[in-house]
Design a binder for this molecule. Structure first.
Ligand SMILES: N[C@@H](CCC(=O)N[C@@H](CS)C(=O)NCC(=O)O)C(=O)O
Length: 214
């Protein structure tokens, strides 16, 4: 019986969605604590006491409050080695991390809500200009991911089963669709997304199925 895991997240937060998928793929029972990003609850004093980065997600586990979604994924895999997210082989692990990190480091940061709000409200850009910003960076990095998948001749998943890469890919595509990004140039990426979204673990983690979904 696993110890209690408590995930502080927001239904539409892609980083919270990453961790929800990981918990589901690893069949780990957990409690969800909704934090309302639109009400800026993550910047309040109570939340900052949990996470000095003042962002989501936070995983409470084994007496510690853990921030930074990629570090959480790695910790979960080390703490609960059954149903691994990362493959055992060092070269396969590199393939997975290369693509997951491209999305996590090149895409999430410039496309995160505070950055988009800064462009619009502080720098005075229109929504159309913000959309162009969003699409530009998304296209650049997804182009690299698609090219890598083509080199490998990937199928329904990057490797044989969904894991670390799919935990990161699927939430980013959920966001891309919210921003009406045209995904027609990325058939390998969208094939993986479609295969994942058929699985009960991904359905359970989907934003629409969260207790705070609005
Ligand atoms: N590098 C962090 C980024 C976390 C992050 O920016 N989360 C977003 C939600 S997807 C957030 O809390 N944004 C609100 C804010 O930064 O004020 C991670 O991977 O956990």
């Amino acid at each position: 019986m696993a110890a209690l895991l408590r995930l502080h997240g927001y239904w539409r937060s892609s980083t919270s969605y990453r961790v929800r998928i990981a918990l589901a793929l690893k069949h780990l029972d957990h409690e969800i604590v909704p934090v309302n990003l639109l009400a800026a609850e993550q910047r309040g004093e109570a939340f900052r006491a949990l996470n000095p980065f003042a962002n989501l997600p936070v995983l409470e586990a084994d007496g510690a409050t853990r921030a930074q979604s990629m570090a959480i994924l790695e910790w979960l895999d080390e703490r609960y080695p059954e149903r691994p997210l990362l493959p055992a082989d060092i070269e396969a692990r590199f393939v997975v991390r290369e693509l997951a990190m491209a999305i996590a480091t090149e895409l999430h940061a410039p496309l995160n809500l505070p950055v988009l709000q800064y462009l619009k409200h502080d720098l005075g850009h229109t929504q159309a200009e913000v959309d162009l910003w969003y699409w530009r960076w998304l296209g650049k990095t997804l182009g690299g991911v698609e090219a890598r998948l083509a080199e490998r001749g990937s199928g329904d998943f990057l490797l044989d089963a969904p894991g670390y890469f799919e935990c990161v890919l699927v939430p980013q595509l959920y966001n891309a669709r919210r921003f009406a990004f045209d995904l027609s140039d990325y058939p390998r990426i969208t094939r993986i997304e479609a295969a994942c979204l058929e699985l009960p673990e991904f359905l359970a983690a989907h934003p629409d199925h969260q207790p705070d979904a609005g």
